[in-house]
Ligand binder design. Sequence first.
Ligand SMILES: CCCC/C=C/CC(=O)SCCNC(=O)CCNC(=O)[C@H](O)C(C)(C)COP(=O)(O)OP(=O)(O)OC[C@H]1O[C@@H](n2cnc3c(N)ncnc32)[C@H](O)[C@@H]1OP(=O)(O)O
Length: 289
Amino acid sequence: MFKGICRETHNGNMVTKILKIPKFFTCIRNFSSENVLVEVNNKTNTAILRLSRPPVNGLNLEVLNEFESLLSQLEQQKVNGVIITSNKEGILTGGIDIAELQTIDQRRLKKYWTTFRDTFLKLYNTPLLTVAVINGHSPAGGCLFSTACDYRVMTRNYNIGGNETQLGLVAPIWFMDRVADLIGHRQAELAFTQGKLFSTDEAHKLGLIDEIVENTAEGLSKAQIIINSFANVPKKAREISKRFTRQQFLDKMIRDTDDDIRHFVNHIGSNETQKIIEQYMQKLKSKRF
Ligand SMILES: CCCC/C=C/CC(=O)SCCNC(=O)CCNC(=O)[C@H](O)C(C)(C)COP(=O)(O)OP(=O)(O)OC[C@H]1O[C@@H](n2cnc3c(N)ncnc32)[C@H](O)[C@@H]1OP(=O)(O)O
């Protein structure tokens, strides 16, 4: 028997169940949560983590908490790599669930933004090898989370980038810094001042993504090839090298924590921004772009 962990919500409370999985199933072990499906292949010891929250995998508080907790479990299991993708081809994630931004409750905004940051930091800082298979649109928060991974492959004909400025919002400075790390300061400056969403081809030319694939299946096999290519690299040396190359960004982001949270709460919690968000939601619902 194998042991799997299943997390479910009952009457609003998260409950963790230990599942016994019969031996004939041990090629794959699943321990999905409500909004994130996890599948670990016992042969390759690689995990696929699929966002699964209809309609657009919006990043609400629950998704973020589940994602962070599942990543911790995969760290404990010492998997060889984690592939992050969407259960729904066409949309990696629509970014932040805008309902989370429709409040002026400062405590709630602070809690949300702290969780959002912590989840990003968990992914950015994990010693595990991480590959994003971007199999659909990936605006704003979706783009940000993929930049935390070690490698990005993306299917054709979708959009990725930080569109916050187009909505009348201001993206966090650490999102801008991270994108600048990948595409250079000048291109990041142009992208964020315009709130630009890039096509797959444009993102590839700029270096925002590493490779283009035709579909999710090809993306998953490409991701496995990338993970396999590290098989002969001494693990400890790889982990320390990853930490060293990411240390400067990390130090800055952590040093600026209070300013960043204060900015978020003041910016989103203002009546002016609330009006902008409300108008954007109406546009989204009526598809008037
Ligand atoms: C310091 C300040 C930081 C501020 C940072 C912000 C970061 C963010 O992430 S803000 C969110 C930015 N995201 C977007 O602008 C994405 C908006 N969505 C889309 O562009 C499209 O929905 C899509 C490309 C993701 C998918 O298109 P598709 O045609 O397949 O689906 P739709 O019919 O547009 O959407 C279905 C359904 O979902 C609702 N919805 C879409 N995105 C969001 C969202 N981010 N939050 C909440 N709800 C969303 C959309 O209104 C539809 O709802 P109805 O079916 O009820 O009409």
